[in-house]
Write a protein that binds this ligand. Structure first.
Ligand code: SAM
Ligand code: SF4
Length: 476
């Protein structure tokens, strides 16, 4: 049976006109449906492979077209404008943590100073572009690496320069990411003077043994005291990241980590399950028998369950499947905007973003980045035309991250009744305990169960894969 597709955005049809009314799921198996088990939280899938859901196909721009095209896009000033964010990358860390695959460069003052000078050049150039000046930015995120490895003066200058040169919304969230190691009162004051109004510190675990084995730099008492002090100043929301599943972090340690978070008074927390990447020092140390195995998927599922229960019992407000706020001071604007329809302007080596229907990745290598900036080129390593499915894929990822897919929103984004189309898969997931399909009047929701929340990235990847496969089939 064919359906007539009501295209809201006629230029970006997701499926051709002869697409069947509902998805044929007969060719898919356990990697998409998950297992039929009485315990889908612990045994629903084999394991989560990546931290984020992928995003379908993209068309790379030929290298010789990247500069002229990127410059042309930065000239655009036509509304309607999407919400906008600025992402600034600081690719330095004092010490590499054993589990981390984000590490890029060891902090050295000379290298950081040279990089910072180039960053200021890029910042002024991008800020002056017509596209940048055409509408306000809602959120700014300085991420890494470890941005708090900049000096106090550089942090202040960075915030001041952004506020001075970019059109920021009056309630713009400016987040500085980093760690508490050497984050002195002077650094905090300078950051506040620079205009930062939200701080995100990676704690990972408060436990001294877990921390030392992960090569984190301070022991429990120091970390707990410092984040508590910063939160108690009431100057700005202080949020922390906790990881679960690290070597030596058993269920008792995890319980203590949750207690420590609560007692610290910090305003928000992210609970991330440890993703094991082959290329990390931890992987090699485990292989060589120098570290015990990190937690298996079942144990991480139990840790997630403990975290979710704990936050509910202590009345924290849930902002996404893995982020909680203690009060309404923590808004987590950048995370929610960057995961939805916002455009993200990237600054700095290794920063990624999306503007004007294109995705961007800047050079990771410092020499290449600085060379381009100092020669007045946009330091882009790669540029892709976002696929026609990009908006739908983003809506799917954002929905799973939030814990619910809203039929009306998904259909609006797709331009046709995609929610109904996917119903066979949703029903299968409902049978397997990952979701509950809810109908309230003419409103329909796909609510993630606890198991679905734990497997949210896997489910989002699966849904995107299924829709992409259906598209390709229908087109061939
Ligand atoms: C890129 S790091 C930057 C934070 C900061 N440099 C620090 O040391 O805390 C951001 C967050 O990524 C998370 N992360 C790092 N490695 C991870 C892994 N292997 N699996 C899951 N999350 C990870 C950590 O929770 C960390 O706080
Ligand atoms: S967790 Fe932070 S400090 Fe540690 S290596 Fe990763 S980015 Fe660097």
């Amino acid at each position: 049976m064919d359906i007539a597709i009501n295209m809201i955005n006629a230029e970006q049809p997701i499926l051709p006109i002869n697409t069947p009314a509902s998805l044929d799921i007969s060719s898919f198996g356990g990697d998409i449906f998950g297992e039929n088990t009485p315990d889908p939280l612990r045994f629903g899938f084999r394991r989560k492979l990546s931290a984020h859901a992928g995003g379908g196909s993209h068309n790379p721009i030929a290298p010789d077209q990247i500069q002229p095209l990127a410059q042309q896009i930065l000239q655009l000033t036509d509304p309607p404008f999407n919400k906008r964010c600025l992402y600034v990358h600081i690719p330095f860390c004092r010490v590499r943590c054993t589990y981390c695959s984000f590490f890029e460069y060891a902090s050295s003052q000379r290298l950081i100073d040279d990089y910072f000078a180039a960053l200021m050049v890029e910042l002024k150039y991008k800020a002056a572009q017509p596209w940048t000046q055409a509408a306000p930015f809602q959120a700014v995120y300085i991420g890494g690496g470890t941005p708090t490895d900049l000096t106090a003066a550089q942090i202040k200058q960075l915030g001041t320069m952004i506020r001075h040169h970019f059109p920021l919304a009056s309630d713009c969230e400016l987040t500085l990411e980093g760690r508490i190691n050497r984050f002195s009162d002077e650094m905090f004051e300078s950051a506040l003077e620079g205009g930062f109004n939200r701080f995100s510190f990676g704690v990972q675990s408060f436990d001294t043994q877990v921390r030392r084995k992960a090569k984190r730099l301070d022991d429990r008492d120091i970390v707990l005291k410092r984040v508590s002090e910063l939160a108690a100043t009431d100057q700005a929301p202080i949020v922390i990241d906790l990881l679960y599943g690290l070597p030596y972090q058993n269920l008792d340690v995890w319980q203590q980590d949750l207690n420590d978070f609560l007692d610290s008074g910090t305003h928000g927390v992210d609970l991330y399950q440890l993703i094991e990447m082959g290329n990390t020092p931890m992987g090699k140390m485990v292989e060589q028998g120098r570290l015990p195995e990190p937690a298996d998927t079942m144990t991480k599922a139990s840790m997630f369950e403990m975290g979710v229960d704990y936050m509910a019992k202590h009345h924290l407000r849930r902002l996404s499947v893995n982020h909680w706020a203690r009060d309404n001071r923590e808004r987590s604007c950048y995370n929610s905007l960057a995961k939805t329809t916002a455009e993200v302007l990237p600054l700095g080596a290794g920063a990624g973003g999306n503007v004007g229907g294109y995705g961007y990745m800047q050079h990771r290598k410092l020499e290449r980045y600085m060379d381009d900036v100092n020669s007045q080129r946009i330091p882009l390593a790669m540029m892709v035309k976002s696929s026609p499915h990009a908006a739908v894929n983003t809506a799917i990822k954002a929905g799973f991250d939030r814990g619910v897919i809203i039929a009306k929103q998904l259909d609006k984004q797709a331009g046709w009744p995609l929610f109904s189309f996917c119903m066979p898969l949703f029903q299968q997931w409902q049978q397997h305990g990952f979701v509950e399909i809810e109908q309230l009047g003419h409103h329909r929701y796909l609510n993630l169960t606890l198991a679905g929340q734990f497997w949210a990235v896997t489910l989002a990847q699966a849904l995107i894969q299924v829709i992409t496969t259906a598209t390709v089939k229908a087109q061939s």
